[in-house]
Design a protein around this ligand. Structure first.
Ligand code: ZN
Ligand code: ZN
Length: 446
């Protein structure tokens, strides 16, 4: 438990009182209860987090505030798990152990949303050492505010569920480092291995309040690959005296495109992007080295294998085609910082979809497959050992913004944009509501 400044202690003491809802409020619908907690507590908390974002790995104040909020909600809180990570436990009788995760980091982006509570924060980047502007440009402020709302609701309604709830406040999602750091800090060994793992992301591409849950893979797996091409340097006017790594590199880049186009099933998504190609120093020098940097995306292990083995095969054999000796063939280095795909358990996705349709509304729940191949580090919580999990999304953009964009107005800003603008009230309240419904579904009182 953290030591809090006196002013915050007073604020939290007041908050504690809010947790014990009077009977009349308990009788209200779930949506009304959550709305009243939003009005009295969560709105201000979101505003605080939005104004005060922190970069990956240095989320010190955010973590301390989250620890204080979760402690005030009656949870047993442990800080500094895998860096700035926070784990909050609430044991409430027999039943499964269910984990809910919220990531808390901001991004090095200067906010230009025009909002009254736009971030003006700056921070020293722990990796580059530069002072950079910081913004919650991915909506992780919605996630942590919702987690507090969930904690307060679950602890105020112990009669509605039975089991153990584990809330995880995760650092450094944007650098895909935080989940792994928490696991390496013996997360499961210390707090128990969950029977179920849950998480959601607010999504600017969906209408505010919508719940999207897929039976498939909401996020791709990602690998980072380097290809080092060893050439033989020569005068630019005497190409016959060398082996040109730029020409060979260009051939490799083009040949790699056949992996997705010709080797994967057309129904199987995959991406091979060469994001960087560096070689040479001057017009008339044939370089002796080229360096390609790739990102490789998949939605299952089979695709990953085809792509990674194909990259190695193409790079090495194109070196042979160019006449390089066996000990000078291109080197293919696959980084250990691989992220597995986020894959929903289809049965659990269907169970939660039905619960949300019943408890929240048929019209609210959609089931669209993700269009992009973005990655998440949530799977570090759900593989090795495999844990049944579902990752859903909550729409965050008001309907009017889509209508305005369709009529020729400004486009709806995407995640990581300086213009990113989530409507907090419908996002946070639906975030809490969908989480509470899912938790009660998995930990019924009987
Ligand atoms: Zn992001
Ligand atoms: Zn994000």
């Amino acid at each position: 438990m953290s030591v809090l400044p006196r002013s915050l202690q007073i604020a939290l003491t007041t908050c504690c009182l809010c947790i014990s809802y009077p009977t009349s409020i308990q009788a209200q619908s779930l949506a009304d209860t959550i709305q009243s907690d939003y009005d009295s507590h969560l709105a201000l908390l979101f505003d605080h987090f939005h104004r005060n974002p922190e970069l990956s790995l240095v989320e010190f104040k955010t973590a301390a505030r989250m620890a204080a909020e979760l402690n005030a909600a009656g949870f047993e809180v442990t800080e500094n798990v895998g860096g700035t990570g926070v784990v909050a436990m609430l044991k409430n009788g027999p039943g499964p152990l269910v984990m809910m995760r919220a990531d808390m980091d901001g991004l090095p982006v200067e906010e230009k949303s025009g909002l009254e509570n736009a971030s003006k924060a700056t921070q020293k980047d722990p990796i580059t050492g530069d002072i950079v502007p910081v913004m919650h440009a991915c909506g992780h402020d919605v996630h942590i505010t919702s987690l507090v709302g969930t904690a307060r609701h679950m602890s105020a309604n112990l009669q509605d569920w039975s089991g153990t709830l584990m809330l995880i406040v995760q650092p450094a999602e944007e650098r895909v480092l935080g989940a792994r750091a928490m696991r390496e800090d013996e997360l499961w060994e210390r707090f128990g291995t969950p029977d179920y793992a849950l998480a959601f992301h607010v999504a600017s591409e969906y209408e505010a309040g919508r719940i999207n849950v897929s039976d498939g893979s909401p996020y791709a797996g990602a690998d980072t690959v380097d290809i080092i091409i060893h050439g033989v340097g020569a005068h630019g006017a005497s190409p016959h005296a060398g082996k040109d790594p730029i020409v060979l590199g260009a051939q490799i880049v083009l040949a790699l495109q056949t992996l997705v186009a010709r080797e994967l099933s057309p129904r199987q998504p995959g991406v091979v992007t060469v994001g960087s190609f560096h070689s040479g120093t001057k017009h008339n020098i044939i370089s002796d080295r080229a360096h390609l940097q790739l990102t490789v995306r998949n939605t299952n292990e089979e695709t990953r294998k085809i792509l990674l083995e194909g990259i190695e095969r193409i790079a090495v054999n194109m070196g042979r085609v160019a006449g390089l000796p066996e000990d000078r063939l291109p080197e293919v280095i696959v980084s250990e910082e691989s992220v597995p795909p986020t894959v929903n358990d289809p049965q659990l996705a269907q169970q939660l979809r039905r619960a949300w349709q019943t408890e929240i509304g048929e019209e609210v729940v959609i089931s669209e497959e993700t269009k992009g191949m973005g990655a998440e580090d949530f799977p570090y919580f759900t593989v090795d050992p495999d844990i049944t999990s579902v990752y859903w999304s909550i729409g965050g953009t008001p309907k009017e913004a889509f209508e305005w964009a369709a009529a020729g107005g400004p486009a709806v800003p995407s995640h990581h944009s300086p213009l990113f603008k989530i409507a907090p009230e419908p996002s946070v309240t639906r975030g809490v509501q969908s989480t509470v419904v899912a938790l009660k579904e998995l930990m019924p009182a009987d």
